[in-house]
Design a protein around this ligand. Structure first.
Ligand code: ZN
Length: 167
């Protein structure tokens, strides 16, 4: 397995629209294993393939306390239900910033699993929020897009400054 490099905002590659996975084969399973390792190492609770510069529709998550309930969803499709929830969101591509975002509290997800088998999941709360956040990445969307332009600019300037120092 390998730790992958995570793209950071405002990298324009994060704005790429991801393409559906056509065949769930060993290369996809290896990518998922590497994405999970990268997510646990970061550490984070979710990661989309877009964030590691692979523009295919794959997300991984683990919102469990013991970090032992990995999920991997391929070609996820979301259905949003009534009810909203506001949580402080962060993102491995926007390191160090946490801001409140309002999303659907209750969702249904259909996707393929690691074997290419269809699965369906109806869920609430943190897992539902995390799935919505990761699915946004596949559309090239980031949680900062839900913030005011003033806040987004402030985050962008700070991250650009850090990236210049690192480079
Ligand atoms: Zn994210």
């Amino acid at each position: 397995m390998a730790i992958l490099e995570i793209l950071e905002y405002p990298d324009p590659r994060l704005r790429t629209q991801a393409k559906p996975v056509k065949v769930v084969d060993d290369s996809i399973r290896t990518l998922i294993a590497n994405m999970l390792e990268t997510m646990y190492d970061a550490p984070g609770i979710g990661l989309a393939a877009s964030q590691v510069n692979v523009h295919q529709r794959i997300i991984v998550l683990d919102v469990s306390e013991n970090r032992d309930e990995p999920h991997a969803f391929i070609n996820p499709h979301l259905e949003l239900f009534d009810g909203t929830i506001e949580t402080e969101e962060g993102c491995l591509s926007v390191p160090g910033f946490y801001e409140p975002v309002t999303r659907a509290e209750h969702i249904r997800l259909t996707a393929l699993d690691r074997l290419g088998e269809p699965l369906e999941l109806e869920t609430h709360g943190v897992l539902a929020v995390c799935i919505q956040h990761e699915c946004d990445h596949l559309e090239g969307k980031l949680f900062v897009d839900y913030l005011s332009s003033l806040k987004r600019m402030r985050i962008r300037r700070k991250l650009e400054k850090q990236q210049r120092i690192q480079a």
